[in-house]
Design a protein around this ligand. Sequence first.
Ligand SMILES: [Zn+2]
Ligand SMILES: [Zn+2]
Length: 397
Amino acid sequence: MPVRDEAAKLAGEIAELRHAIHREPEIGLDLPKTQAKVLDALSGLPLEISTGRALSSVTAVLRGGRPGPTVLLRGDMDALPITEETGLPYASAVPGAMHACGHDLHTAMLAGTAKLLSARQADLPGTVIFMFQPGEEGYAGARHMISEGVLDAAGQRPVAAYALHVTSNKLPGGMFSTRPGPMLAAADQLSVTVHGRGGHASQPHRAADPIPAAAEMVLALQTMVTRKFDVFDPVVVTVGSFHAGTTDNVIPDRARFLATIRSYSAASRATLAEEVPRVIKGIALSHGLTADVEYAAEYPVTVNDAAEAAFATATIADVFGPGRGETAEFPITGAEDFSFVLNEVPGAFVFLGACPPDRDPENSPTNHSALALFDDAALAEGTALYAELALRRLAAG
Ligand SMILES: [Zn+2]
Ligand SMILES: [Zn+2]
């Protein structure tokens, strides 16, 4: 039976698992209930299973009956701190937590794939590592799993790694999208405290006002973006938080702001890490003030290997027929910690449209919205692609 038909046969139980995970979302690195559901779904399968120490990850290794390379498939498991407003029958029962990024689908599809491929164990020409990962949403769960050895779980490094990500908007339901090279941005965080000296607002010359200096820094960062970076290797600097003072007639002691910094190449990322603190320190100095600058490296650029992206595109066309896959023209400004895996192993990150058929993908609420909906119809198709990527990549040697 074709893999796609086998995945369709599993669709009911994959949806059940997805709904159970959706109802009980957990945030961050510690997802004990989600982990228990995954372990339950995998029980009885011929897998070598290990769980994380610093996080509630699940690593499952399927060793095929024939010799061959190793391939890694990743599904993330964590939810977001959002109160769900979808009104779904299986909506989150936990106030302040919601699977608004569709990771419940990824987890359920990966468990379905483990079942599907386990049934083919005897013929499998190599090994598959199933990486069930907590803490994608800002907790660098993938980095933790790598340091706990996920890439060496099978005893030999994977030759390729793949991740799927559903999207509630933009792509029509059932449409796959990937591209060679940068797929998602690097995301780093800037945190600045400008130290001045407070005083009476009517006598600024007797104080050292941090507010004009901080305001100048915000504008200087925007100028830096246009003067220091190639327009064809774009960067984004957005100050999303800016706080100083308490009232109109008091000069405060300090001003603070936070910025997210996005880039699409390792070179621009390194330049930003040098330029941004220099601009801020220089402006502080020119005002006779000091500034503390924390520049936290968060997620690297998610870079698809050109050959692996082409392989994924060809697999999609062959399995699903024409019109079901697109090569994205541009990367996405979001960030992904699958980037840590792709820094070690060539692979591809593939988006899958899961917009319900009665919504317009152009206007549908986005991932991370309290109203985001992901269609169960994506489950069998995503499972089929995970399985086909593994089977075909192992067969290619
Ligand atoms: Zn997300
Ligand atoms: Zn996500």
